[in-house]
Design a protein around this ligand. Structure first.
Ligand code: ZN
Length: 229
């Protein structure tokens, strides 16, 4: 199935900490498709010499040098340019775009113009609030070797120090319940209309993100195969 199946454009959604990054990487390998993240695209436009010299790269630099935010139209143009690259022909995994309803509507329209391009299917990784909260507020890291622990799920031998080098573990100042709750609110407010949009067109599925990684991958795969049939 992995070789014959054409996944097409996939939008993977999920709140911060739901494991979207992990799942994206697995799906990329499984279907040999790229992951397309607006964050990466914009970074490349600045840092990659060939891309920053391109017409879009130059436009972006002008906007940024003037101290302006990158306008939506420019983000859209950069995304569209990436979607048309040959490696994205059989599909891709979208990360961070479309983020708003107008962007979703715009992308649907652009894709419907292209010949032989499948419509987007969206999969939302749903994780319980408490579990996400623990994943984030329980996170501790070792300043020496960078190893990550979690006081709820992945405790070191000796509660407060790194198993490898004995360094005292630290917590990132952002990993608090207040910051998490705020991030979740923003995420839900912003993505609810996008979820509605794909749901309304029967191109949406939800998977249980509380399962082990492999089970989540299987659920996402099944959902996409079903939505494509
Ligand atoms: Zn360490």
């Amino acid at each position: 199935m992995a070789s014959k199946f054409i996944p097409g454009p996939i939008l993977l959604m999920g709140p911060p900490g739901a494991g979207k990054g992990t799942q994206s990487k697995i799906l990329m390998v499984q279907w040999s498709v790229p992951q397309i993240s607006t964050g990466d695209l914009l970074r490349d436009m600045r840092k990659d010499p060939a891309k920053s010299a391109s017409q879009l790269g130059v436009q972006m630099r002008q906007v940024m040098d003037a101290g302006h935010l990158i306008p939506n139209e420019l983000v859209e143009a950069i995304v569209l340019d990436r979607l048309r690259q040959p490696d994205a022909y059989r599909g891709y995994i979208l990360d961070g775009f479309p983020r708003t309803l107008p962007q979703a509507i715009w992308l649907d329209k652009e894709l419907s113009i292209e010949k032989e391009t499948l419509p987007i299917v969206a999969v939302n990784i749903q994780v319980s609030y408490t579990k996400l909260l623990r994943r984030i507020t329980g996170r501790r890291s070792c300043p020496t070797c960078g190893r990550i622990y979690n006081i709820y799920f992945c405790l070191p031998e000796n509660e407060t120090v790194c198993d490898v080098d004995g360094t005292v573990l630290v917590q990132r100042p952002d990993d608090t319940e207040e910051v998490f709750a705020e991030r979740m609110r923003t995420y839900e407010e912003m993505t609810a209309p996008v979820v509605e949009h794909y749901h309304g067109m029967a191109r949406f599925a939800e998977v249980n993100g509380d399962l082990p990684v492999g089970d989540i991958t299987r659920a996402i795969t099944d959902a996409i195969v079903r939505l494509r049939s």
